[in-house]
Design a protein around this ligand. Structure first.
Ligand code: ISL
Ligand code: CA
Length: 617
């Protein structure tokens, strides 16, 4: 048990706690300051009183009790980092995320569907994919493309029927692959029958399934929604208010009500009984909210862009609820879980994924998606040196009881390659580099649909081209705040989720002037790399040693008793001296393997088999 943090504690004591570490790391990321700026012998020894004085202009007085409360809520000792790595199928698998709406349209109505996915199973199998994650396909009014579920037990008619789904599941399994679904249980659609009954009948037991308040607006808290504006809207004839952290049509469930948890567990069990192999769990770290929904701190709100988050990012019962759900559902079925946990730092991720804790198997953490000082809406050039440092930090400190996910893209982000290479000169080199990192670092790769086709951001022309509710609301907000249309549009174009939500160009027949084509050479490199990873468990479980991590350089080794790989990466757009390899074969980059220089973003993989040498001697 760590010592309780008070205003007399020092910065470095705070850094040593789980939540304190993650909050400080987040602040550094947000402000673009380095770890050294905070932890040098001078600042590291400052007491919180001193820091409070120094930051009076940014952090108001109520910030501090809120901060202490959070930091002190997670003081148990951390599990040891070393220990045996347990071997499981999901550590060895290559996952592929399908965004059903834009994956493959089988009947020409312009909307991707389940039969479309079935048509592409051979393609996915051939690529080397072992497991699919489907973004939501449940019945939904589609206010947020299916992340607003009306009925958890029905398939949305745009995508097909339950029979289509059962056929898909059967065919996936017949090919030796697995399938995980998306579990969206922080909120439901306002059209879900629970909410409808709650709002229509003031005596309904379903009222306590949500955060419904018959107050006047002034009595509500000041939380903001991730999709702009207040987190409260009113509903129904009585115009009762309900909490929604996302769109107005996504009302938050009250997990403190045991009935809610029971209903969710039953629903999860029904899907697991059907044979699905697990779930990706949407914003799962937001499910436990501080009792009474206290007002959000203004300073935190300004710093992070959203008010109220300190009351639910890692709420008081998060661990209890995750563990309970795990015991009642996943554990019984040996099913797999990966939590989407925006805002959780490395230490909290460790806490929810430690094998001994039985909460989640893995998480998606997001701190690598933007470099320090930037948010998704900024048009800026992403620096891969940051990504390397992030990876190394996790590889070293995440611990053998945890296992990280490796991904660059998903349905919520612009394509990473376009952020690294604004001019589009080195697109291909960067795509190969990212793929090599994804398949040779320690962790489970999650390909996002289209990564393997070499897709980049799309040149949307105006807000009229945009479908996504988050972007639309944000644009409106910027205009209301007085921004010029052209500036607001620049922001949306940089950050819109629609970049990743374009229909996949299976036939290379896109609108000619805005062409996006499949790059088959990227596809073949994906195949080679996935194959390599499958043939050599060294790339999964082998140790990882860093050989060089100077500016723009990343040379590392994966090694086990039998063999080793050395991977030589140029992370920048200048030629760099190649690393002199004592290895026997060049597996990737063969044609240039003799040259002494790496071209911009070039990557080479070298291989060395120990047994062979032993025999020779
Ligand atoms: O929290 C955010 C900003 O800090 C958002 O990035 C948010 O965490 C993220 O968008 C959550 O995503 C998931 O839940 C949303 C849904 O719109 C996304 O598509 C989904 O991936 C609400 O269900
Ligand atoms: Ca269709």
């Amino acid at each position: 048990m760590k010592q309780i943090i008070t205003m007399h504690s020092r910065v470095k004591d705070v850094w040593n706690t789980i939540i304190g570490h993650d909050i400080l790391a987040k602040l550094l990321l947000q402000t673009g300051l380095s770890e050294k700026a905070l932890l040098n012998s001078l600042v590291g020894n400052f007491s919180l009183w001193m820091i409070r004085k120094m930051t009076e202009k940014i952090l108001d007085a109520p910030f501090w009790p809120a901060f202490l409360h959070l930091v002190n809520s997670e003081l148990d000792d951390e599990a040891p980092l070393d220990g045996k790595v347990e071997r499981t199928w999901w550590k060895e698998a290559v996952f592929y995320q399908i965004y059903p709406r834009t994956f493959c349209d089988s009947n020409g109505d312009g909307i991707g569907d389940i039969q479309g996915i079935i048509q592409k199973l051979d393609y996915l199998k051939e690529l080397g994919v072992d497991a699919l994650w489907l973004s939501p396909i449940y019945d939904s009014p589609m206010a947020d493309n299916g992340y607003d579920i009306r009925d958890y037990e029905k398939i949305n008619s745009d995508f097909g029927t339950m029979e289509d789904f059962e056929q898909l599941l059967k065919e996936v399994h017949a090919k030796g692959m697995k399938l995980i679904m998306d579990l969206v249980v922080n909120h439901t659609s306002d059209e879900h029958r629970w909410f409808q009954q709650a709002i229509q009948d003031p005596k309904s037991p379903y009222r306590d399934y949500y955060f419904i308040r018959p107050y006047t607006k002034e009595e509500l808290n000041n939380w903001t929604s991730f999709f702009s504006g207040s987190a409260w809207s009113h509903y129904g004839k009585e115009k009762d208010w309900a909490l929604h952290l996302f769109a107005e049509k996504q009302v938050d469930l009250n997990w403190d009500n045991p009935k809610v948890r029971e209903e969710i567990a039953d629903m999860v069990n029904r899907w697991l009984d059907k044979g699905v192999d697990g779930f990706r769990m949407d914003v799962i770290n937001y499910i436990s909210k501080d009792k009474g929904l206290p007002a959000g701190n203004e300073s935190v709100g300004t710093l992070m862009g959203y008010r109220g988050i300190e009351h639910y990012y890692y709420g008081p019962h998060l661990h209890t609820y995750l563990h309970e759900l795990h015991q009642n559902t996943f554990a019984k079925h040996h099913a797999f879980s990966i939590g989407e946990t925006p805002g959780l730092g490395r230490k909290m991720c460790r806490r929810v994924t430690g094998a001994e804790r039985e909460e989640l198997d893995m998480v998606f953490s997001f701190d690598h998606l933007e470099t320090p000082g930037h948010v998704r809406w900024d048009a800026y050039q992403y620096d891969l040196n940051y990504y390397r440092n992030y990876l190394l930090d996790w590889q070293k400190n995440y611990g053998n009881n945890c296992w990280m996910s490796l991904f660059y893209n998903n349905h919520d982000n612009p394509r990473m390659v376009s952020k690294i290479d604004l001019a589009g000169i080195y697109r291909k080199e960067i795509e190969i580099l990212l793929a090599v990192l994804q398949f040779t670092m320690k962790g489970t790769p999650f390909i996002y649909q289209g990564d393997e086709m070499g897709l980049v951001n799309y040149l949307f022309r105006s807000i009229d081209d945009i479908q996504d509710i988050e972007s639309k609301n944000y644009y409106e907000k910027l205009i209301l705040e007085g921004e010029k249309e052209i500036d607001a549009w620049k922001t949306i174009l940089a950050g819109t989720r629609d970049h990743a939500r374009r229909m996949l160009p299976w036939n290379n027949q896109e609108i000619p002037e805005l062409k996006q084509e499949i790059d088959t050479s990227i596809q073949s490199i994906y195949k080679q790399l996935i194959h390599l990873r499958k043939e050599h468990s060294c790339l999964i479980y082998g140790e990882l040693n860093v050989i060089d991590c100077h500016f723009d350089r990343f040379v590392y080794e994966r090694k086990d008793a039998k063999e080793s790989f050395r991977i030589d990466c140029n992370l920048g757009n200048q030629n760099r001296k190649a690393y002199k390899m004592p290895h026997e074969y060049a597996l990737l980059g063969e044609s240039s393997s003799c040259s002494k220089e790496l071209r911009p973003y070039e990557v080479r993989i070298w291989y060395y088999k120990k047994e062979r040498t032993a025999k020779k001697n």
